[in-house]
Design a binder for this molecule. Structure first.
Ligand SMILES: C=Cc1c2[nH]c(c1C)Cc1[nH]c(c(CCC(=O)O)c1C)Cc1[nH]c(c(C)c1CCC(=O)O)Cc1[nH]c(c(C)c1C=C)C2
Ligand SMILES: C[C@H]1O[C@@H](n2cnc3c(N)ncnc32)[C@H](O)[C@@H]1O
Ligand code: SF4
Length: 450
């Protein structure tokens, strides 16, 4: 699916350089969530999860020792450990509140994200594991994964994660270049990153992911190529290469990013295309818009076999229909719709102290939303949509949107019979936005399309 930039039609290329569209980790995206959905829906939707259903759990740990300037994640700095214990106390309450409403289910996956879950000491990780195991059937069949900051991790914490059943880990790197690192407020040596990977390998973790970014200040092709070469030598099974989203109106710490040193849109697109070329010629399969995986890895196999999904953590093989998010700002997905917990840690804690579910906002899905969600997930995962698989009554509309997308972005793909197929994942977000009736509303609030 690679395509020479020289033959990319100018309107598609122009849109990649200028358009701002959601990343579609959900449909509807989180900016459409509202407060007409709250604790009452949280209660009803939890109680409606059928007995025996597959459920995955996400635990958000919104603390970091360092606050990287580029970061758009919901997290807060802390120098002391006191807030961590208070946070665990409240997670315990939330777990009890969920458990009291949930029928016996199977837990297919448990993901610890953040923030920096490895900021929790080994004792605290053990406590979290015990709390979760006491409430949910977490066993050998549960895939347990964690986000690791190599500068904030050690053998004791890795051992505690293994006791929790860790099978996959994702390591934050972003870029190894010292000039780039200085401009994003994040220092991290190759050696400490190697130590984290070796520590995971030694304990039998077979699936390691590394997060990288393109489009950072002072990033040039030679610098990015050196980072990629170092990563290829580390040989993670998976690599996520995200485009840096510069959205200082959302993430205020990004005001520290030197805007004048950001690559311009043309340079940014060149970085993305060169990185894709380097990784695919280094033995990685491209998966979706921003992931790469070794051909034997579960993600690459799922992509090839039509079992790939997209959720708030990006691409996943997790097929559970229900995702329960625990912790401040965590998002849950039920058959009925999405819910998000109060984003501020204080507000989340206060709701729990008052005996409420800490749900702050969300959205209920209509049948039309579900069809649009299926179309967008298929575009983001496979770069194709089979209109024949859609409900009859939506097909004429979907066909009209497919033709509109191809008129807007000639050369982005083709409609062959009932199948819309993109030539290149680069166009996936733009084409997805054509099927999204709300995409015009967000406009400049979203991040750049490329
Ligand atoms: C693990 C951290 C991140 C998560 N998503 C992003 C990061 C860095 C990147 C990101 N996600 C959104 C934006 C803003 C605009 C855009 O590019 O579309 C960025 C930079 C969208 C978004 N994701 C969440 C919210 C509330 C928003 C804003 C609304 C929107 O534009 O759709 C929720 C959310 N995303 C992540 C987490 C952990 C999370 C909430 C717990 C992952
Ligand atoms: C969890 C992962 O999210 C990515 N991440 C954090 N902040 C941003 C941003 N502004 N734009 C894109 N990706 C980001 C990092 O790669 C991190 O490791
Ligand atoms: S990149 Fe990771 S360590 Fe840095 S602020 Fe974001 S969550 Fe914290």
């Amino acid at each position: 699916m690679t395509q020479d930039t020289a033959v990319t039609p100018s309107s598609l290329r122009a849109a990649l350089l200028t358009a701002r569209v959601p990343r579609y980790t959900s449909y509807p995206p989180a900016d459409r969530f509202g407060d007409r959905v709250g604790p009452a829906e949280g209660d009803a939707w939890l109680r409606a999860v059928p007995e025996g259903a597959e459920v995955s759990l996400y635990v958000h740990v919104p603390f970091c020792r360092r606050l990287c300037w580029f970061c758009a994640c919901r997290t807060q700095g802390t120098r002391t450990d006191a807030p961590l214990d208070r946070y665990l106390d409240h997670l315990e309450r939330e777990i009890a509140a969920v458990r009291g409403r949930l029928a016996p289910v199977r837990i297919s996956a448990l993901h610890l994200g953040g923030g920096t879950p490895t900021l929790l000491s080994a004792d605290r990780l053990d406590r979290l594991g015990a709390m979760l195991r006491a409430a949910f059937p977490i066993d050998a069949a549960t895939e347990v994964s964690v986000e690791i900051d190599p500068t904030e991790c050690d053998g004791h914490r890795l051992d505690a994660l293994m006791r929790m059943g860790l099978s996959r880990a994702s390591i934050g790197v972003q870029d190894f270049d010292p000039v780039v690192q200085a401009s994003i407020g994040r220092r991290q040596g190759l050696d400490e990153t190697e130590r984290a990977v070796a520590g995971l390998r030694a304990r039998g973790v077979r699936s390691v992911n590394v997060d990288l970014l393109y489009g950072l200040p002072h990033q040039t092709l030679p610098r990015l190529a050196r980072t990629l070469a170092a990563i290829v030598r580390l040989a993670p099974e998976r690599i996520a290469l995200y485009g840096y989203a510069h959205v200082p109106w959302v993430a205020r710490r990004q005001k520290l990013i030197p805007e004048a040193a950001l690559p311009d849109p043309v340079q940014r697109l060149a970085l993305a295309e060169a990185a894709r070329e380097i990784l695919t010629s280094s033995g990685y399969d491209a998966v979706g818009i921003d992931h790469f995986a070794r051909p034997g890895d579960g993600l690459a196999r799922a992509a090839a076999e039509g079992r790939l999904h997209r959720n708030f953590q990006g691409y996943t093989t997790d097929a559970a229909g229900t995702l329960i998010g625990l912790g401040a700002s965590a998002i849950s997905r039920y058959a009925q719709g999405y819910l998000q917990n109060a984003a501020a840690t204080d507000a989340w804690q206060k709701a729990l102290e008052e005996g409420d579910l800490p749900v702050a906002r969300g959205i209920a899905l209509t049948p039309v939303d579900r069809t649009i969600a299926a179309i967008i997930e298929s575009l983001m995962c496979y770069g194709r949509v089979d209109l024949a698989a859609l409900p009859d009554e939506t097909r004429p509309w979907a066909r009209e949107m497919a033709l509109a997308a191809l008129t807007l972005y000639p050369g982005a793909g083709e409609l062959a019979g009932q199948v819309l197929r993109l030539n290149d994942f680069a166009a996936a977000r733009l084409v997805a936005a054509v099927f999204d009736p709300g995409s015009g509303r967000g406009g400049p609030r979203y991040s750049q399309a490329s």
